[in-house]
Design a protein around this ligand. Structure first.
Ligand code: HEM
Length: 404
């Protein structure tokens, strides 16, 4: 437990953090990789380049500082981050390294304003915050080991099938090399895949949602090829997976993790996806069809056009076979072929008027996932419709952000 002086000092530095938070975390990552270059194997270097991870860490540290005397208030956020840490196999011994470099960064960025009292208070506070993470992650590792029969880091999987889903999305079917069983994960969960590109100085770790219902035998991930636009290069990992990984290749994979999962309830289910955000919803949809065939489902998918629209046939046949599934397609930029065949329900972007025209009411469980702009729009429109907060569920691909 922290003493009152430490708590007061931490709280007094909150406004400073508000101003310098991202500068501190940016410097923190520079120091971290200078002092411990091997950690480049763990952190997503593309997120680093885009500044996404420093923003996410700044937000987490800021939330912890605001709530330093009542950390239980930020437990849901801590748990969501802890799932990601566990999926990446982050261990207790990593925490002092992060603490050391965070303090160095605070000292550098704040300069003279970082008095010995402030630094001492932050050192103590970091220790308390780190202990909360370490404890929660220890429980998660234990739970995963029990559920998976001993698998808590990376396990080798063979690519048994590679299948194109659209012009930009390809699925990889993965089976454990040891021939053992797979855990029954929660639909919506993700795995981390380790990619060892012989031409790159570090290996890469990336999370992908499992895109089929749990079956005990194989996993499936569906990866979007990130083509470089506006001067940005092609995605290192997605390009490597699409072009270099073939059937028969081996990929080390971590156990399923994540809290974006279907809650056990009966109310109508609305799954709203943009682009590759469709992947967790295929798993959820297949699961609902198998386990809750009487539940009404509204499957809404937004894509640029028919050429990049993945899982079209899968969704079409599931909705033809199950009267309770209602499927809708929105294209923002339809091709000439789309305009000819009218294979969509709306052209443009998703909005509240349209949602109200296809959904019976706002009393439903809403789940959404997609690109950042899409997430913001869907969230704002659901709030405008007064959807209950507990019925709004979403996941970011990549570091989380604020939707307000
Ligand atoms: C992800 C916070 C300690 C490695 C994250 C995220 C946050 C965060 C907010 C983003 C989660 C998301 O995807 O939305 C923290 C805090 C820590 C801490 C507050 C200390 C109390 C550590 C440690 C390590 C670590 C000790 C290992 C050296 C990572 C990695 C990611 C991550 C690799 C994935 C993001 C990426 O690769 O870009 N953490 N973390 N974290 N964290 Fe931590």
């Amino acid at each position: 437990m922290l003493d009152k002086t430490t708590i007061d000092t931490i709280k007094a530095t909150v406004p400073v953090l508000e101003v310098h938070g991202q500068e501190i975390t940016k410097r923190f990552y520079q120091l971290l990789f200078e002092n411990y270059p091997e950690l480049k194997n763990i952190f997503n270097q593309t997120n680093q380049k885009m500044g996404k991870q420093s923003q996410a860490l700044a937000n987490a540290v800021y939330a912890a500082a605001v709530n330093i005397d009542k950390l239980e208030e930020i437990l849901p956020t801590v748990k969501q981050i802890a799932h990601k840490h566990v999926s990446l196999n982050i261990q207790p011994e990593h925490y002092p390294i992060v603490g050391e470099n965070l303090l160095l960064a605070i000292k550098e960025v704040l300069g003279d304003a970082a008095t010995p009292e402030i630094l001492e208070a932050w050192e103590k506070a970091y220790g308390v915050i780190a202990d909360v993470f370490i404890e929660i992650e220890a429980d998660m590792y234990k739970e995963t080991e029990i559920q998976t029969g001993g698998w808590s880091d990376f396990r080798d999987f063979k690519v048994i099938k590679k299948e194109q889903e659209s012009d930009v999305i390809t699925s990889f079917y993965l089976k454990p090399v040891d021939g053992g069983n797979l855990p029954i994960y929660n639909p919506g969960q993700y795995i981390t895949v380790k990619i060892e590109n012989p031409d790159a100085p570090y290996h890469y770790l990336r999370q992908y949602s499992l895109s089929c219902k749990p079956n005990g035998s194989y996993f499936r991930i569906s990866v979007k090829r990130e083509d470089g636009i506006n001067g940005n290069p092609d995605g290192d990992v997605s390009t490597f997976l699409h072009t270099r990984i073939q059937e028969g290749d081996i990929l080390p994979v971590s156990a399923p993790a994540g809290e974006f999962i279907l809650k056990a309830e009966e109310k109508p289910l609305v799954l709203i996806s943009g682009g590759v955000g469709i992947t967790p919803f295929i798993s959820m949809l297949e699961t609902v069809v198998a386990e809750q065939p009487e539940r009404s489902v509204y499957f809404i998918h937004a894509a640029q056009n028919g050429a990049v629209h993945s899982f079209k046939e899968t969704i079409q046949s599931l909705s033809e076979e199950n009267a309770k599934i209602n499927s809708y397609v929105i294209y923002s930029n339809p091709t000439a072929e789309d305009l000819k065949t009218k294979n969509y329900h709306k052209v443009g972007l998703i909005d509240l008027d349209w949602l109200q025209s296809v959904l019976p009411s706002n009393e439903a469980a809403f789940y959404f996932c997609g690109p950042d702009g899409f997430m913001k729009t869907v969230y704002q429109e659901l709030k405008r419709w007064n959807v209950m907060p507990q019925d709004i569920n979403f996941e970011f691909f990549g570091p989380s952000k604020s939707l307000d």
